[in-house]
Design a protein around this ligand. Structure first.
Ligand SMILES: [Zn+2]
Length: 444
């Protein structure tokens, strides 16, 4: 009832308004109404059908992984720092890229850090042997508080390894982070036109890989004399990539040499040794001790040993032999010298890599007879024992690492026999066939 009255009143007002309008205005109003009516009936189909097409074209550079990697390290460093020190305002961050001749002691001096502090860190570094010989291109990062106390020392050794020392309860805790990366296989092949070395280089193999190839078959094939024009070589190499970049860590997995008279082959087993197609060892097995004669073990491998000087738990990662200075030291097996030099705590030292699985270390030496990059065999005289570095008497400290972890060398399972053990022969054959398939070969 109320609504009807209201509507009636509204209509009345409208009529009154129109009636009171001048004639010209009245017609204009009618025209506007008709125009709006016509417009509302025009079909809008055309408009609806038209789709909007838009293409986003990114420049190819902006999508590569490398571009993202640039921003990564700084963020990663901050993350680690902030974990240990949630509030690091007032702390100073120093980042240095090592140039030829730079040493850590110089860097410490420049930053007003003491030599005693460096000694403490070097003692902790005895288990890594990374701080004494910094190489050009490596990055060192320091975090120092306003009282000039070192809170964090970080050394980016290479693409795969980063070593960090962090101050915690007045003690530096060390951590070696190892990125596993991705191993990718590739085949290199070619025919011999003159020198195998040059032809292999031409095919894309590195000097180290060529050394590994000739070393694997050294007792079977003379690479300098036995090749004839037209003979071919087929090599399967595994290369490590970290964040898409080649880390320069590689392994020769399989070798096939085809000559007019005979084929020669070598296959790398997981123990780091090369075997022929039947599982017969191509080179000598490992030795348990790097010394020929037996010597008393003055300190055995012990992960929970109390350090004789600091009285803190500090693992003894090796076996100490009480051998007099000048005793001959031999490599425990075939391999490549990856590091050799002097370390204030370890003295003269050698690190040998025997394939991907085993690594051996020899410390406190008086003389070193090998150099970095050199290929050694089980018979190679590599050093003489001594008493260098922080050592309390003449002895040999010998370490064995399996996949980068120290193990008791006197108890570890080492391939001591010449051929693949009977129990593992099936695994070996499967691996061999897989390698052959990857090389596109069906038989040897
Ligand atoms: Zn020792």
């Amino acid at each position: 009832m109320l609504l009807a009255i209201r509507l009636k009143a509204l209509l009345k007002t409208c009529v009154l308004f129109i009636n009171n309008l001048p004639r010209k205005h009245f017609f204009a109003l009618i025209l506007l109404f008709v125009f709006l009516l016509i417009i509302s009936f025009i079909p809008s189909q055309k408009l609806r059908k038209k789709t909007i097409e838009r293409q986003l074209v990114l420049p190819p550079m902006s999508t590569t992984a490398e571009n993202y990697a640039i921003a990564e390290p700084i963020a990663a460093v901050k993350e680690v720092y902030s974990e240990v020190f949630p509030d690091f305002s007032g702390n100073r961050e120093v980042q240095i890229e090592i140039k030829t001749g730079d040493t850590l002691s110089e860097i410490f001096q420049q930053e007003g850090l003491s030599a005693a502090l460096l000694q403490e860190l070097l003692e902790e570094d005895k288990q890594y042997l990374r701080l004494s010989n910094l190489l050009p291109g490596q990055k060192v990062k320091l975090l120092i508080n306003p009282e000039n106390k070192l809170l964090v020392l970080k050394v980016v050794i290479d693409l795969a390894n980063t070593l960090t020392f962090t101050l915690k309860d007045d003690q530096y805790i060390s951590l070696l982070e190892i990125k596993k990366g991705e191993w990718r296989n590739s085949v290199f092949q070619g025919s011999v036109t003159g020198s195998f070395y040059l032809d292999a280089k031409q095919a894309g193999l590195s000097a180290g890989q060529i050394q590994q190839i000739s070393g694997a078959l050294q007792d079977k094939f003379d690479f300098n004399r036995q090749f004839r024009l037209g003979d071919t070589f087929h090599i399967l190499v595994s290369k490590q990539y970290i964040d898409g970049e080649y880390s320069f860590d590689s392994e020769v997995l399989a070798i096939l040499i085809k000559t007019r008279l005979k084929n020669y082959s070598a296959f790398l087993y997981e123990d780091g040794r090369y075997y022929d197609q039947n599982g017969l060892g191509l080179n000598k097995a490992y030795r348990r001790s790097p010394l020929i004669k037996r010597y008393r073990i003055s300190s055995p491998f012990n992960l929970r040993r109390l350090h004789p000087i600091t009285k803190r738990i500090s693992p003894h990662n090796g076996t100490d032999f009480a051998a007099p200075t000048g005793t001959k030291v031999y490599s425990i097996g075939d391999g490549i010298v990856v590091r050799a030099g002097y370390h204030p705590a370890a003295g003269n030292y050698i690190v040998i890599k025997h394939g991907r699985k085993y690594t051996s270390r020899y410390l406190h030496l008086s003389k070193i007879y090998v150099h970095k990059g050199q290929r050694v065999t089980m018979d190679t005289l590599i050093a003489k024992t001594g008493n260098t570095g922080r050592s309390t008497g003449a002895h040999l400290h010998y370490e064995l690492h399996v996949y980068d972890r120290p193990v008791d060398a006197m108890k570890a399972r080492l391939p001591l026999s010449k051929e693949v053990p009977r129990k593992q022969i099936k695994t070996f054959m499967q691996r061999r066939d897989l390698f052959l398939k990857e090389m596109g070969e069906t038989s040897i």
